[in-house]
Design a protein around this ligand. Structure first.
Ligand SMILES: [Zn+2]
Ligand SMILES: [Zn+2]
Length: 223
């Protein structure tokens, strides 16, 4: 977990997760207590390995405390949309993400934000994104509701002046990356990969509720 290469540990864990997670695995068991679990089940992040563990409800609930000093964190189930989110074309170019989609999460162990975009090899870390991303967060204070390690911000480039941004459970990102990796063809992913992204965003949009308006008054107040 203390490997020197900055792109190493989280990326390796992400690759492992996306490679080993089966699409459907009837008879799956809780990775903590071995109780049988349904296809649809909850996950816990191991903060050291960055891996996801499939859990039963009882084990999941042991790790929902955000402030406890634990090595595991339950992945929340909420989806939020940010109506006010702005990401213009220039900001997107600065993120240096070649496909029109990226997700970002906060790694609390390494105390840094990590940006990934999907592709044929699974998830690729965007090394250059972070200064640009910090500026976007500064411009969009409501993004501060993101919980480290277990939630990700999913940003998508759109044709209009604004990009779209959602807060999603991190296991949903892993699932999308795994699906895209299987479907990816050619340079830009091809039709099937784009269809999968469209489907995923339709689902995210459907499940999302508006993010809470940032109550903490930022200097200058709401615009
Ligand atoms: Zn269990
Ligand atoms: Zn699972």
């Amino acid at each position: 977990m203390n490997a020197p290469g900055s792109a190493g540990p989280p990326l390796a864990a992400l690759r492992r997760v996306t490679r080993t997670r089966p699409q459907q695995n009837p008879g799956e068991r809780c990775e903590m207590c071995a109780a049988p679990i349904a296809d649809e089940h909850q996950h816990v992040v191991n903060l050291d390995s960055r891996g996801l563990m499939c859990t039963c409800r009882a084990c999941y609930l042991l790790f929902t405390d955000e402030v406890a000093n634990l090595h595991y964190r339950a992945v929340p189930e909420r989806y939020l949309s940010f109506a006010e989110f702005t990401l213009d074309a220039r900001a997107w170019d600065e993120l240096q993400i070649p496909v029109g989609l990226a997700f970002l999460f906060r790694n609390s162990v390494q105390a840094r934000t990590i940006a990934f975009y999907p592709g044929p090899a699974g998830a690729t870390e965007s090394e250059l994104a972070l200064a640009a991303w910090q500026r976007i967060v500064d411009d969009n204070p409501s993004l501060a509701v993101l919980r480290p390690d277990v939630e990700a911000l999913l940003v998508r480039r759109t044709d209009g002046p604004h990009g779209s941004c959602y807060l999603v459970p991190i296991d949903a990102c892993y699932e999308l990356v795994g699906r895209l990796r299987m479907l990816w063809r050619g340079f830009d992913g091809g039709q099937q990969a784009h269809q999968a992204m469209d489907d995923f965003f339709a689902t995210v949009q459907h499940r999302s509720r508006p993010a809470p308006v940032n109550a903490a008054s930022i200097s200058g107040g709401p615009s």
